[in-house]
Design a binder for this molecule. Structure first.
Ligand SMILES: Nc1ncnc2c1ncn2[C@@H]1O[C@H](COP(=O)(O)OP(=O)(O)OP(=O)(O)O)[C@@H](O)[C@H]1O
Length: 335
């Protein structure tokens, strides 16, 4: 039976659970990840380190390490042929067909993702080769066009450059070119600018926004930086300890924050932003260990509003149109 998705949705993640280690006693890294991404928009997935952002994106790409597996949940993806595929049940051959033109990912660290032994042109061209039997000269032209789109100066000459011959910012542009060469319907960008200084970071974010407009992609943008969220995203899903605790449009999330964890994250950003050496220290306490989560709301031990009823399980619910929160209280509008 063909799955129905809400109008305008390209990706619907429902109740995703991922475990690592022994099949008999897996450690659950993702307990309940649910969110939707609207076609042509950018959804930011935010949360502290260890909240499960990268595991979520690897599950979507079918790239979980051998020790990790999907325990339950649906990952419905609407392809350009109008068919919905549940990525949680897709086999390796299905992923090979989908990766590139359907789904594509830009990883955090260009130096560990680029092969030092091959030229950047060959590495970007390799992506095309998997889906396209165009002759070599035509592929080369398309790679050079893509290098021009990501504003690499002297694109034709840089085709034959090796990764170590480029600056960090240029390497990140190469990663973006690689992620976009097949014009994917959905691009997953995992902290693509964290390693870069602020000026280059702003240029890369600007470039991604322009390419998104030109190519009409949907983007899942993974970050722990609320400043980047405000700049890049249309919508936000906030993760805590392996679950989404709030999802809304950016404006709604900033103006009518409903979950105490998100309130804490936002309150911790100084008005003038963070200095280059300052780290976000959001809320007293730390993210609980995966094997030692409380039975009810996982944030309750750190929450100043916690009540005895927070020990009961809580699920993500729509509190107002398009605004979901996993808290039994509703703090929208509270001081
Ligand atoms: N290969 C693995 N084996 C066991 N546990 C893992 C593995 N990869 C991730 N995890 C666990 O899954 C949880 C989520 O990790 P994940 O890397 O997705 O967090 P994150 O939000 O992306 O953090 P960061 O911002 O630091 O990248 C963590 O507790 C982590 O220890």
């Amino acid at each position: 039976m063909q799955t129905q998705m809400p109008d305008g949705t390209i990706l619907s993640v429902e109740g995703l659970r991922v475990g690592f280690g022994s099949p008999n006693a897996p450690v659950t890294a993702l307990r309940d990840v649910s969110f939707t991404l609207a076609r042509g928009r950018t959804l930011a997935l935010v949360g502290e380190s260890g909240s499960g952002k990268s595991v979520t994106s690897l599950a979507l790409m079918g790239l979980l390490p051998p020790s990790g597996r999907i325990l339950s949940g649906r990952l419905d993806f609407l392809g350009r042929d109008g068919r919905v595929t549940d990525l949680a049940r897709l086999d390796a051959a299905g992923f090979r067909r989908l990766r590139g033109p359907g789904l594509s990912m830009i990883f955090q660290e260009p130096m560990s993702s680029l092969n030092p032994l091959f030229t950047i042109g060959d590495q970007i061209g390799e992506m095309l080769l998997l889906h396209d039997d165009a002759p070599a000269a035509q592929r080369r032209r398309r790679v050079i066009e893509m290098l021009e789109m990501v504003e690499i100066p002297g694109a034709a000459a840089r085709f034959d450059a090796y990764p170590h011959e480029l600056s960090g910012g240029m390497r990140q542009r190469v990663m973006i070119a690689m992620g976009m060469i097949c014009h994917p319907d959905l691009l997953i960008a995992d902290e693509p600018t964290t390693a870069l200084d602020v000026t280059i970071q702003a240029q890369i974010l600007d470039l991604m926004r322009r390419l998104q407009k030109d190519l009409g992609m949907s983007i899942l943008f993974i970050t722990h930086d609320m400043g980047v969220v405000a700049e890049m995203a249309d919508d936000v899903a906030v993760m805590y300890a392996g679950a989404v605790v709030e999802q809304a449009s950016v404006l709604d999330l900033f103006d009518h924050t409903r979950h105490p964890y998100t309130r804490g994250l936002l309150a911790s950003i100084p008005n003038d932003g963070l200095g280059p050496d300052e780290r976000l220290v959001p809320i007293p306490g730390s993210v609980p260990r995966l094997g030692a989560l409380p039975s009810g709301c996982a944030f309750a031990p750190r929450c100043s509003h916690a009540q005895p009823e927070c020990q009961r399980p809580v699920s993500l619910e729509e509190k107002a149109e398009g605004h979901l929160s996993a808290c039994i209280f509703d703090f929208a509008g509270a001081a």
